[in-house]
Design a protein around this ligand. Structure first.
Ligand SMILES: Cc1ncc(COP(=O)(O)O)c(C=O)c1O
Length: 392
């Protein structure tokens, strides 16, 4: 088979491969604790499920507008305006099947061959993959444990060239749980506005917070060049519904909707009606979920820091930890692979998030406290037997 050359530039998300390997081990009768995949383990709240079911009964089973149903675009604009304190209009909202298309379509719409886009590394692997696929050069902005994985704005400034078209921000961040401060956002917004650079602000974990308040770059930057990416997957445990959105200049939204017309026509109508209920209905399920994640975060951070050779920064948001494992003597890939095969703990090598993730692992703590404790016990047991084997 001869694929188009651009396919050689397309990356992937290792979480799905590790999940498949873990499932294969389970099929052989092995027990695996799943800390690899980035999705809440809770069910979608019942009021949202019921709204989706009711919409099916009411005939929301047809094509709809490419940019999304007016009811949902309005609900999103209202929600953003109220929550983030920056006024947004429905014409600025485009609804997609998941949040991923926002980044894909934005890169396709803006990046020319030879352009550059700066993205966080370690970071969500699809940024790098899709920037490359769009024909541009993906420029890594390293995030370092010494800075609690917060981007260094001075370093970001040194990466900007006349070809820089887009800067990607992600706060709270996958895979590190780090957050940008309002001061960071202000400084980045200023840099971008001065140079006419677009910003893609991935705020998908914006409501999964453990203390520090979330702020949006839209408050500080040039609104004619900012796209906010958000969605329902993480906040409302709706990964399988496929529902996300972008908030952008209204003029740009027309083109981002045109890409959707070409790719998928529109987002499923009944799913969008469930989204209206998610935003307009009671929010207590979200609060409960975040409280539960916080408990798990505390257990996993303490447990990892108690392991010899492992040190873990406390995340401020999202549901991931990114421990430094260099003190164990293992490489990231080797350790992730052996933890799965020998200890039945599925996690990801830090390198799945880019070259600056080398020396780290990513655990998703979207699993019960009991399972997290079991994984920590297995990890400790694995390290102890590796040390014994090394001495023998
Ligand atoms: C940082 C980040 N952005 C976007 C997404 C994609 O979200 P969705 O499943 O809604 O497409 C994810 C999912 O893991 C993510 O971690």
């Amino acid at each position: 088979m001869k694929l188009a050359a651009r396919m050689g530039r397309l990356g992937t998300e290792t979480a799905f491969e590790v999940l498949a390997r873990a499932r294969a081990l389970e099929a052989q009768g092995k027990h695996v604790v799943h800390l690899e995949i980035g999705e809440p383990d809770m069910d979608t709240p019942a009021n949202i499920v019921q709204a989706g079911q009711a919409a099916l009964g009411k005939g929301f089973t047809h094509y709809g507008p490419s940019a999304g149903l007016p009811a949902l675009r309005e609900a999103i604009a209202e929600d953003f305006t109220r929550r983030r304190g920056v006024g947004v209009k429905p014409e600025q909202v485009v609804v997609y099947p998941g949040a991923k298309p926002v980044m894909f379509f934005m890169f396709l719409a803006l990046l020319e061959e030879g352009d550059e886009a700066i993205y966080p590394n370690p970071g969500f692997p699809i940024y790098e993959s899709m920037i490359n696929y769009a024909g541009a050069r993906a420029v890594a902005l390293p995030l370092r444990a010494e800075r609690q994985f917060r981007a260094d704005v001075a370093e970001l400034a040194t990466l900007i060239t006349p070809r820089t078209k887009i800067i990607v921000l992600n706060s709270p961040q996958n895979p590190t749980g780090s957050m940008l401060t309002s001061e960071d956002l202000k400084a980045i917004a200023k840099l971008a506005a001065e140079k006419g650079i677009w910003i893609l602000a991935d705020e998908i974990y914006g409501r999964i917070l453990y203390g520090a308040a979330h702020d949006t770059v839209l408050r500080y930057g040039d609104p004619s060049r900012i796209v906010i990416l958000d969605g329902f997957s993480k906040t409302f445990a709706m990964t399988g519904w496929r529902l996300g959105y972008g908030i952008m200049p209204a003029e740009f939204a027309v083109h981002m909707a045109r890409l959707q017309t070409n790719a998928t026509s529109c987002t499923a109508a009944f799913t969008q009606m469930a989204g209206v209920e998610a935003l307009r209905g009671p929010q207590d399920a979200v609060d409960r979920m975040v409280a539960e994640f916080r408990k798990r975060r505390d257990v996993i951070v303490a447990g990892l820091n108690a392991l010899e050779g492992v040190s873990c920064v406390e995340p401020q948001g999202a549901f991931y930890v990114f421990p430094d494992i260099r003190g164990t003597g293992f490489s990231s890939k080797d350790l992730a692979s052996r933890l799965l095969d020998e200890a039945g703990v599925a996690c990801l090598s830090g390198t799945a998030f880019g070259k600056h993730g080398d020396g780290f692992l990513r655990f998703s703590y979207a699993n019960s406290v009991d399972n997290i404790r079991e994984a920590l016990k297995r990890f400790a047991g694995f390290l102890a037997s590796a040390r014994t084997a090394a001495k023998a």
